[in-house]
Design a protein around this ligand. Structure first.
Ligand code: DON
Length: 313
């Protein structure tokens, strides 16, 4: 495939190391997520960045090889799987519009008859988890196998402490799922759907693995390293569209305005941004702003995108 004309950089590893040095001098603003208590155990000064490019190379700096809780980043993988299983039917159960509400909001769901605004707010991700739980006999295993295939790494795991913590403090997600069940938009039993969803969020991965695993989205659905078609070109387009309009929740507009890349955040402090025809950037810093997005990871991605001229607009 023809690569677009991005600003050349002689040594990407050095550029990332320089960015991290600058970022470390910035005051830490934001707060590590504690509504899932296991997440609050992570040191706030962790900082990492990785860039995977379509030629299969991965450049990185800082804590880029340290696994952390991927949380809502997992919604991207689950959505890719569910789109393949349900085709266009899926879009009768979940919409593709920004919500204009916090990621775990419940109010909109009552007004809109149990149809979530998009697949990356928690309500939408629960519908997606239901698609997987209803289709596969061992859906958690199928999900994990999918990520292992995308990273070519068999050691990717689910953190049992994070999973237990999510289950113990998951009343709001349970409320969302039961409300949708009352509208007929959840097919499996709610505890099964929650089990699937909490396991997905509890997967641990590093920036290097995350960047590698999202490459299919930068390459029209095809893994550029293995050559495998992970999803159709149309589905890759659609996932990127959802990430652009909703991946950073109520800050998606600002992210498009300042960075100009499809991206997904997670309350573990990770952000992954897709650069079509070039590669993927993954950054990690645990303290979050009021939207639930990592303050410093956003800064790092913005700075790199500016330096390399990566905006899609
Ligand atoms: O369900 C939750 O609230 C978490 N397991 C995931 C939320 C999340 O990562 C939102 N992202 N910024």
């Amino acid at each position: 495939m023809q690569q677009a004309d991005f600003c050349p950089i002689v040594d990407l590893n050095q550029a990332l190391a320089d960015l991290l040095t600058q970022a470390r001098q910035m005051p830490i603003s934001g707060k590590v997520a504690d509504y899932i208590p296991a997440l609050s155990q992570v040191a706030p000064n962790r900082l990492g960045i990785a860039v995977a490019t379509l030629d299969g190379k991965v450049a990185s700096a800082g804590d880029a090889a340290v696994p952390f809780s991927i949380q809502s980043l997992s919604k991207t993988y689950a959505l890719t799987m569910a789109m393949q299983l349900q085709g266009d039917e899926l879009w009768h159960r979940v919409r593709m519009e920004p919500s204009g509400q916090p990621f775990n909001s419940i109010v909109q769901l009552e007004w809109e008859q149990g149809i979530p605004r998009n697949p990356v707010i928690n309500a939408g991700a629960l519908v997606i988890a239901d698609v997987l739980a209803s289709h596969y006999s061992a859906s958690i295993n199928s999900f994990l196998m999918f990520i292992r295939r995308l990273t070519d790494c068999q050691s990717i795991y689910i953190d049992p402490k994070v999973y237990a913590s999510e289950q113990q403090h998951g009343s709001r997600n349970a409320a969302l799922a039961y409300l949708m069940k009352s509208f007929g938009n959840i097919q499996s039993e709610v505890p099964l759907v929650l089990e699937q969803y909490f396991h997905q969020c509890s997967v641990a991965m590093s920036c290097e693995q995350l960047a590698r695993s999202f490459l299919y989205l930068a390459n029209r659905g095809q893994d550029p390293v293995s050559g495998e078609q992970i999803c159709s070109r149309k589905d890759a387009h659609r996932v990127n569209a959802i990430l652009t309009t909703s991946g950073m929740y109520d800050q998606s507009g600002e992210f498009a305005f300042t960075v100009g890349l499809p991206a997904k955040s997670g309350v573990g402090g990770g952000i992954v941004a897709v650069v079509p025809n070039y590669g993927v950037i993954a950054a990690w810093s645990p303290p979050l702003n009021s939207f639930g997005n990592s303050q410093l990871a956003m800064h790092l991605i913005r700075a790199l995108a500016e330096q390399l001229g990566l905006s899609v607009y």
